[in-house]
Design a binder for this molecule. Structure first.
Ligand code: NAD
Ligand code: UFG
Length: 337
């Protein structure tokens, strides 16, 4: 199976390319390198012993997409490309709608022209807004609290309408919870540019000495220790979820929606402790005010994926922290240029 992976040089995309290769599939990466480095591909090759075709391009370039899909006889598309920083999206909503929403529409239009009718889309638990209860199942009401979340929700809605008009397509919406961790080799990992927005890259940069302390955003939430609770999932488990989606429903007409999470909630302080244990380093932190827009707690009911995709997250919190530390300690400045 030949799979076009938009955003394949990025954090989740690169780990998924490795698992595609391990599963005997052929990824073709399509990425504009806006938030990634071309050296990622050398790391994929180092880990798998296989080279991956890379096309440098923007998903808003329809002609290049059509040409790439036809030239490589693409069977399915996994669509990771997009912008993902919640705070930045508030300041730059147009950029987010242009990249994430218009970009996806151009991609689907290009797929139609190239005769490719199987799509897996990177959605997010952010589409559940502030959920009324936990764990969250796929039939919970959806809403958006910021432009990034709205872009994911708009894409889900556009794809739902498109699927209603084109029921022979296979469209899969994967709603990720909180991806963390890295490839166990230590050769690939998350490499945020500038100050990390997300918890675990920040924690690991404190541990490696790049930042002085972590600000814990709020300790007065109605949770066991007062800090925010999330469903952290190992990026390798998440990557495997994409392979399962391609294998089980990727050739099956339908609109398929799945949560990808572990079903366990961990607090910010749980994560700090687990990381300290895995790394043997102290992670200094200070309690800071709540971050606007944050919710108290969020974790998945992933039983639908377990039943239909026969997929289940298996890697522990300890493994997530150990692998993150392996990557961070061997690559303190991230990927080379
Ligand atoms: P990432 O930034 O590491 O990877 C995204 C990749 O897409 C980058 O390599 C970037 O260069 C590329 N890209 C961006 N805009 C592009 C464009 N217009 N054309 C071509 N390439 C473009 O992000 P990630 O963490 O790997 O996330 C992948 C996807 O998963 C995103 O759609 C994100 O919204 C979604 N997601 C991520 C998380 C998370 O916490 N990481 C959670 C839920 C959903
Ligand atoms: N946190 C801190 N300090 C930090 C960073 C985060 O205390 O420096 C806390 C947050 O307040 C939250 C938890 O750590 O309680 C996790 O925060 P992240 O920013 O790592 O993750 P979020 O759950 O806020 O958001 C992530 C992705 C979004 C996605 C969402 C749901 O960043 O893109 O999960 O999938 F939409």
């Amino acid at each position: 199976m030949k799979v076009l992976v938009t955003g394949g040089m990025g954090y989740i995309g690169s780990h998924t390319c490795i698992q595609l290769l391990e599963a005997g599939m052929t990824p073709v990466i399509f990425d504009n390198l806006y938030n990634s480095k071309v050296s990622v591909n050398e790391r994929i090759q180092r880990v798998t012993g296989q080279s991956v075709e890379f096309v440098e391009g923007d998903i808003r370039n329809k002609a290049l997409l059509v040409d790439t899909m036809k030239r490589h006889n693409i069977d399915s598309v996994i669509h990771f490309a997009g912008l993902k920083a919640v705070g930045e999206s508030v300041a730059k909503p147009l950029e987010y709608f242009d990249n994430n929403v218009s970009g996806t529409l151009v991609l689907v239009d290009a797929m139609r022209d190239a005769g490719v009718t199987s799509l897996v889309f990177s959605s997010s638990a952010t589409v559940y807004g502030d959920p009324a209860s936990v764990p969250i199942t796929e039939d919970f009401p959806t809403s958006a609290t910021n432009p990034y979340g709205r872009s994911k929700l708009m894409v889900e809605e556009c794809l739902t309408d498109f699927h209603a008009a084109n029921p022979q397509w296979s469209i899969t919406l994967l709603r990720y919870f909180n991806p963390v961790g890295s490839h166990p080799s230590g050769d690939l990992g998350e490499d945020p540019q500038g100050i990390p927005n997300n918890l675990m890259p920040f924690v690991s940069q404190v541990a490696v000495g790049r930042r002085e302390f972590l600000s814990v955003f709020g300790d007065d939430y109605p949770t066991p220790d007062g800090t925010g609770v999330r469903d952290y999932i190992h990026v390798m488990d998440l990557a495997d979820g994409h392979i399962a989606a391609l294998n089980k429903v990727g050739q099956q007409a339908g609109l398929h929606i799945f949560n990808l999470g572990t079903g366990n909630g961990s607090s910010v302080l749980d994560m700090v402790k687990a990381f300290e244990q895995a790394s043997g380093k102290t992670v200094a932190y200070k309690i800071a005010p709540r971050r606007p827009g944050d919710i108290a707690e969020c974790w998945a009911d992933s039983s639908k994926a377990e039943t239909i995709l026969q997929w289940k997250a298996t890697r522990s919190l300890q493994q997530m922290c150990e692998d993150t530390w392996h990557w961070q300690s061997e690559n303190p400045k991230g990927y080379p240029e």
